[in-house]
Design a protein. Structure first.
Length: 459
């Protein structure tokens, strides 16, 4: 049996009140359509067609290899969208139709739907759900035998039909030939003046063809039409991700306050404290302790490292390294094994060598620090001259005194020292002490003379 999947992703999503196409709104690290395509990936389909419309280029640019975008020029309803998708489908046995705004749909449910459809040999199989409040959903109408005979949209339902709590999820499996035959017979005599795919079910049933149904978990049936629904879907995705991580051996102290996006990798044995946000391509290795209050994007936290109260962007934290509190590691920041970036430290495009420390109140930018060096409080690598960035190189076993300005380009040799409060503008040779200070002056009696002048001035 050959199957094509048609994903409906042409809608604007007016209720989102956003210029971003609805299916492009992100939830836990993926756009809505990304979650749908992820669910489709394990399903036995031979083609995946994505029908795009509003923001077509933006949606098409995000599709994975193998998914083909086709444009619905005018959004005239779901039946029209499926007709556009069918034009791009070759000769297949079945058509799986899935909305692009259902991020909670799972591969297991899609596989079960397709299996039931193939087993029953129905003309169509509808994925349904029973919900406490069916408002807004199309109602599933069954005959006395329990067979599905129609789907009635909420706005077109009479009071008796509106009371039905079994609803359409807008996910279907169709016999391809039956669908092609029924689509041209769909009309638009309804409240919206649109061509509804739901009308195909009534047409097939009217032709005497069997229509089956598979009942899904109502959580999976939830689509996203508002920012409130988007937040609710993201909350469920967060719960699923955290549950899966904990099942593998990741310790999550407070799952409700821990945000791990879909493509993040967290190894068993890691510990995540509340307020942890792991985003993009972040990775956390075994034994690492992350949090409280860490925001990591596209960063790698290696085994047995500790990161707390910190922001990481495109950074690498080596094995057993420590970061925080109140630390900002910007893109290109690398802490090698056992290194430290302490309180109120910012590091950008720099390497801090093994066992070296930047303990507090420092800015390190465009620098290379060797092994076993210590950077005193208040140190700044002065890397920008107003036109270009320049590099600072600090060797092994160096001691940089507190409140040192290192004016790049400059190199501090191995085993060298700089005196506290120095402005270093030239290279320091290995083993030397560099001091740049003005002689201290002391004016005796200054405070008393100042008081007298103030008294004379003010009487």
């Amino acid at each position: 049996m050959t199957t094509a999947a048609i994903v409906l992703a042409a809608g604007k999503g007016t209720r989102m009140r956003s210029d971003l196409p609805k299916v492009m709104h992100p939830a836990m690290g993926r756009p809505l359509i990304g979650w749908v395509l992820h669910a489709l990936a394990p399903v036995d389909v031979d083609q995946t067609i994505v029908v795009v419309g509003h923001g077509a280029d933006r949606v098409a640019a995000t599709l994975p290899a193998g998914a083909v975008a086709v444009v619905q020029p005018d959004q005239r309803g779901t039946a029209d969208a499926v007709a556009v998708g069918l034009d791009a489908v070759g000769d297949v046995d079945d058509i799986l139709v899935v909305p692009g705004d259902m991020p909670l749909l799972t591969a297991a449910t899609l596989i079960a739907l397709l299996d039931a459809h193939r087993t029953s040999k129905a003309a169509a199989t509808v994925l349904t759900a029973t919900v406490a409040d069916p408002t807004g959903y199309g109602r599933i109408v069954r005959d006395g035998t329990g067979a599905v005979v129609a789907i009635v949209e909420d706005r077109d339902a009479d009071p008796e039909t509106a009371a039905i709590d079994e609803v359409n999820t807008s996910v279907y499996a169709f016999d391809a030939a039956a669908l092609r035959d029924a689509l041209p017979r769909v009309g638009n005599d309804n409240d919206q003046g649109e061509w509804y795919l739901t009308d195909v079910i009534g047409i097939l049933a009217g032709d005497g063809l069997p229509v089956a149904a598979v009942v899904a978990d109502p959580i999976e049936a939830a689509g996203v039409n508002t920012h409130g629904q988007l937040a609710a879907a993201a909350g469920e995705l967060r719960r699923r991700i955290n549950d899966e991580l904990m099942a593998t051996g990741v310790a999550i102290i407070d799952p409700a306050r821990t945000h791990v996006e879909a493509d993040v990798v967290v190894a068993p044995g890691a510990t995540l404290w509340p307020g942890t946000y792991l985003k993009g391509d972040s990775q956390v290795d075994a034994g690492a302790v992350v949090g409280p209050d860490v925001d990591s994007t596209d960063s790698h936290i290696a085994a047995d490292a500790t990161v707390r109260y910190a922001v990481l962007e495109g950074a690498t934290v080596g094995p057993r390294a420590t970061v925080g509190p109140y630390t900002y590691l910007r893109p290109g920041a690398v802490l090698e094994a056992d290194a430290k970036a302490g309180a109120h430290v910012e590091i950008k495009k720099s390497v801090v060598g093994a066992r070296s420390k930047v303990p507090h109140l420092s800015y390190i930018g465009d620098a290379t620090i060797g092994e076993d060096s210590n950077i005193g409080a208040g140190t700044i690598t002065v890397n920008y001259d107003g036109y270009d960035k320049h590099r600072t190189v600090i060797g092994d076993r160096v001691r940089i005194g507190s409140d040192t300005m290192l004016v790049a380009p400059v190199e501090i040799g191995d085993d060298a020292y700089t005196g506290a409060g120095s402005v270093i503008t030239t290279d320091v040779t290995p083993g030397a002490l560099a001091i740049e200070r003005s002689p201290q002056k002391q004016i005796e009696g200054y405070a008393e003379r100042r008081r007298r002048r103030a008294q004379e001035k003010h009487g």
